[in-house]
Structure formats: C-alpha cells, structure tokens
Design a protein. Sequence first.
Length: 431
Amino acid sequence: MTARTWMAGIAALALVAPPIATAQVAPTRQPSAPALPSVESVADRYVAAGRAPGIAVAIGGPGDTRFVARGSLSDGGAAVTPDSLWRVYSMTKPITAMAAMMLIEDGKMRLDQPVSDFLPAFAKMRVLTDPERSLASRPAARPITIRHLLTHTAGLGYSIVTKGPLLHEYERLGIVPAAINAKVETEMLRVRPKSLAEFADRLATLPLIADPGSTWSYSVSLDLMGRVIEVASGMSFERFLETRMFGPLGMTSTYWQVPADQAGRLATNYVFVGDRAVPLDPAATSIFLNAPSFPYGGAGLVSSARDYDRFLHMLQNRGTLDGKRVMKPETVALAMSNLLPSGVSFGGVDASTGGTNAPKMGFGAGGSVYLEDVPGGLGKGTYGWGGAAGTIAFVDPARQLRGTVMVNYFPADRWPLRADLTRALLTDLQR
C-alpha cells in the first residue's frame, strides 16, 4: 500500500461511515475557571457547529492551569473532560526531542555528535542526485548529527511529504511510523519493521533527499531519535521516557497503547470529506488500543490535556514541576532556542502535518521557535508544535503562558482552530 493509496483509503473508509450528527453534539459544559470567556465561546461554537464533537483546552500561567472542556468524545459519547485521551500524533516529537536533550545534559551525547557514533549503519550516507526520477546518489557532504535529527535537517524523508522513487522505497520498507485505524494498520503491518532497531537499520539503507545540515525538510528524524536514545541510554525508549519524564512529571495518562480499562476516556478520530465529518478510528475499536510495532517517537502517543499541560508546564518552569527537576534550566533554554544549522531557515509547514506558521521562525528541539513577536499573537521565543489530528501545543516564555488544545479530526487545517483560539486567549488575557 502506497502513501497515496493509504490517504485515499482513509477518504474511502470515511465515505462509508456515518457522519457526525450535528444536532447531537451540543456543548456539554464541564466545570472551568470563569476567566476564559472568549476561549469558552470558541469551544462552544466549534462543538455547536459540528466542527468537532468535543474539545479540551488547557491554558497555564506562572502558577495555575485553567481547563475548558466542551462536547463529547464521539457522536453521542461520553462528555469531554481535562483527562480525556486524544491522539497527539506529531506532538510526540517535542517529547522525544526533550528526552534527547536530557541525554545531552547527562553527557551521553553531544548536540553536534555524529549519529553514526550510536548507529554505525549511518556512517556512509548518500544523497539523491535526481530525486524526481531515480535513486541515483552521491556520497553525503557531511555526517548526520544529533542537531540534524532534532531540527529536521538530516536529509531524511517522510511518507507524508516525500515524492518520487524515494517515497516508493519508504513505503516498500514500511518507513511509515504512524497509526491511523485498524483496517489501514492491517496493511501496514505487512511491511512495517517490528522494532526501533529494525526501523533504523532499514532507514540507513536509503539515500537522503539533501546533504545533512543544508535544508529543513519534515522527516522521520524524531522516530529515528527514539533508537538513538535507546543506544545512548542503555534502556528501551519507552522505559527511558517513563523513568525520566512521564513518571517524575506525573504524566499518568500518556500512552503508546491505551489500556483496555481506560478506553472509555479515548476520543473517536474523525476525517472530513467535504463538509462531512465521519468516524475514521472509533474509540471502541481504535488502533491505539493495540500495541504498536515499536514506539513511534514522531507520532505515536495518546495523551490528555492535563498530562500534556504538565509537560509544557515543566518547560515553562525551565525544567521543574511540583518541586521535581527533570532538566536543567540551561538545557531547556537551549532546547527552545533556534538550533538550525548556520544558513538554514524554516518557513513553516502545512498545518495538516502538525506545523505552524508565523512571520519569522526558527526551529528548536522538535518544535518551531518564534524569532520575533507576532502582532496580536504570541511572543518571540514561543516554542511548540501541533499534531496531524488538530492538536496544538505552545509555550511562550516571555509571557509565561502555555496552551494545549485537543481535538481529533483530519485534516488538522480543516478549520482555523489555532488562529481562533490564539485570538480568543489573548482577548481574555487583556481583560
């Protein structure tokens, strides 16, 4: 199954599924602080209009978190709460990147250290010379480094953006580390690697799209970073995150596989076909109730608004939460700074891939960084990323402000949710 037919299949599956019945998704109010009326109004409007059956928002300042939860987890399902579970897809990337920064802090890897020091198969990478027509290649000008993986400048591809013969090779070798639903996953399991080690080994056999450190291109680099973390730390990627991040931060609702007894908290994922929103991955039979082939460090986590807010709160606090330090302040500051190699720029990506756009941006460890204030928007230094199913996360260190938005529908840019909620939030803050 190719990426093109894979995405076409998603649309086809949607066309035979029943749409959201908008009359049944009237807002279901949850207790929340009465300080965010504009944010609440946007959430109410999205649910009432059938743009999403439900939505959860977490907004944090220096010392508090306010939650807005509206609607239901599915058409006619349970009410949304701050602890409802959502597919965060590419919002997994900042978590993986911060795990790598922990190992840099520990002295177990360096920012500009070659990846081949950990994964020797990447020692002699090659670069495509005619990417539109062939797999012809030449030796890479320089090695891939940890910095390159953190900033999508390694020259690796991604099935959602790569084209030509290289895309075919990614698909043939199962370099598609993301779960959509049970039907699609049945096909993907035929070719997907069974472990992070196998994933890395297969990826190392493929040519790059550009010389490492020469251009920004969205990629599987944070999925590969999961394997680097395993080698550098001497423990599995899952165990490292649980031991060093999820456990200390009290992130008890963040999963690679949703436990069966927690399935009632999981939202259904929808896909828009025209103006119709139809179930794509129903919660009761969700692929996220099954164990993945391996932990997808670029797109594999399910989390709650409360849990993801705890991760962002730690970043806002420069590495501490509830008296527990998980990163040094200087490590967090470095991670949320512009880490792009000299001469490389980042101009944003389509929001449907989880990206964001602002007048001038750089890129840090797994997320974009605003290089200037946005008039009427967030401030210089804001770090964050989004997910393919509409989720949003950011930390604005200048304002001491953070935000998490949880919805689940494809494509993420079907509605201007990011812009609507940012305007609403800033309106509320000015009251």
